[in-house]
Design a protein around this ligand. Sequence first.
Ligand code: NAP
Length: 248
Amino acid sequence: MELTNRTILITGGASGIGFALAKQLVAHGNKVIVCGRSRDNLNKVKEHLPALETIRCDINNPNDLNELVSLLAGRYPQLDTLINNAGVQNQLNLTGGQTTDHAVTHEIRTNLISHISITNRLYTLISSNRNPAIIFVGSALAIVPKYSVPIYSAAKAGLHNYVQSLRHQAKKDNVQIIEVFPDVVDTPMTHHRQNESKMDSGLFAVQVLTQLEKGNIEIFTGRTLFLSVLHRLAPAHALKIINRSLDG
Ligand SMILES: NC(=O)c1ccc[n+]([C@@H]2O[C@H](COP(=O)([O-])OP(=O)(O)OC[C@H]3O[C@@H](n4cnc5c(N)ncnc54)[C@H](OP(=O)(O)O)[C@@H]3O)[C@@H](O)[C@H]2O)c1
């Protein structure tokens, strides 16, 4: 996949993995637009990297999504790449009677439904441009669930399943559908997990871009390829490992 002269939207691009990808993609000569809920974070990243375009948007809010889409269609009709990256991860006890519908819905909406909603809304525009691509930041927990983050794991598993159908249907339009499986990356999402081995977000972004350039459609970083193979050969062992250490 060519990685210059693209026009790219990254959801949740004002922190962590999204911002690390934004920095690398700007350095490669692409126009990068990032969106997120926090105006403060968007202003901070804009100050740090003035070439970025920032748009405030809660991907779970249909009005925000509609505004985002019409703004992009008007200002960036050449949009050819969407990186569905925004996400949240919550530790939930499923057996204590405390888990609310609201908490469950929010986590599934953010990690799964809203990615589908944005993709539905932007597919026609993106597929009308040259070398279109839609990239999903998934998780190894889609393959091997982590028991302490059950709804997150289930949402990422749903995303992994959806991505495969979308990839098949998008073939006729030559839209590349790519899924990324990060190792544990040092970001605000993993900040609370001290004493763990975490990948630097800049290094992670370089690894992703290298594999995108090679044309990989499933991008495994760090230990996630090993985990995926192990899961095929010895699923119980993979479950043991993920629930002991590797838990992005
Ligand atoms: N870090 C890891 O080890 C790891 C491992 C595997 C997968 N991942 C995945 O990587 C992606 C990025 O995570 P990260 O680690 O970089 O964490 P992060 O820094 O917390 O990034 C998550 C981003 O999503 C945005 N976001 C959350 N809810 C949103 C909403 N409703 N609307 C718009 N934006 C929203 C947040 O911005 P606002 O709060 O300002 O909206 C934030 O910028 C996620 O999909 C995550 O599941 C991370």
